[in-house]
Write a protein that binds this ligand. Structure first.
Ligand code: SF4
Ligand code: SF4
Length: 253
């Protein structure tokens, strides 16, 4: 089984947020939930400050703090599914421990006041235990993996589009949009990225494009000092990843 990983080249990313939109459409997330957000921030001081941005999916950590804290084992890492971290919506009690434990802020709980007005759940009410009934719906549903339309009272997160990835032929090394034989299995954010800033493949295969890029261009992992060991890597000049400072450590402690 592959160990799925994502590489994001920040030298190519334009911050257009097409990935954010594609993810929301693919995964029926509620307005205001962004499993695949693009975070904007600035570095430096006026007049030489620079606007920067950072696309941020779930890191599918190798050592996920969200899994360690979950009291019901609703959150789990599945080595048979490429090491993706899932939330079993049948087991989640909505305690939000995982949201606090995740250093990357990529988990969402949506049973409180609406995140934006008007409350879209009123526009498309659902009668089957789900939070809403969007006009377009992903055809697949798997509550044990947090796939489908989120029910009330649980936490959700990015699944690396496992409902697509799982159909990839056994032994495939890279899920590349440019390869007609596998493009249907490519995660939505990777497929939709116009400047092709995203790559998706097997971190366990030394010949995969993701591994070659990480090696050749010194891929870095976000907040690596936490020990979470993400399966998402960033490339680019200085990787534009916000620099780690001792102040961050104090903040994280
Ligand atoms: S990024 Fe957060 S939610 Fe995702 S696996 Fe890591 S700790 Fe868990
Ligand atoms: S909110 Fe759900 S997934 Fe998160 S720690 Fe609590 S039970 Fe586990």
């Amino acid at each position: 089984m592959a160990k799925w990983g994502m590489v994001i080249d920040l030298d190519k990313c334009t911050g257009c947020q097409a990935c954010t939109t594609a993810c929301s459409m693919e995964n029926n997330t509620l307005p205001g939930e962004s499993w695949q957000d693009v975070l904007f921030y600035h570095e430096g001081e006026y007049p030489s400050a620079q606007m920067k941005w950072l696309p941020r999916p779930c890191m599918q950590c190798e050592n996920p703090s969200c899994v360690h804290v979950c009291p019901t084992r609703a959150t789990y890492k599945d080595p048979d599914a490429g090491g993706i971290v899932f939330v079993d919506w049948n087991k989640c009690i909505g305690c939000k421990y995982c949201m606090i434990a995740c250093p990357y802020g990529v988990r969402f709980y949506a049973d409180e006041k609406p995140l934006i007005e008007p409350d879209i759940r009123e526009a498309y009410p659902s009668d089957n235990g789900q939070l809403w009934s969007p006009p377009y719906q992903n055809p697949e549903e798997d509550w044990q993996r947090g796939i489908g339309i989120q029910p009330p009272g649980v936490v959700s997160k990015c699944t690396f589009c496992y409902h697509k990835v799982k159909h990839a032929p056994e032994g495939v090394v890279d899920l590349d949009e440019d390869n007609p034989e596998v493009k249907e299995y490519v995660p939505a954010c990777v497929r939709t990225c116009a400047p092709k800033a995203r790559y998706f493949g097997d971190l366990d295969n030394p010949e995969s494009q993701v591994n070659l890029l990480i090696g050749d261009r010194h891929g870095v992992r976000l907040k690596d000092h936490t020990g979470n060991r993400p399966q998402v890597y960033y490339l680019g000049a200085g990787a534009s990843v916000p620099a780690f400072t001792p102040a961050d450590r104090e903040h994280d402690a």
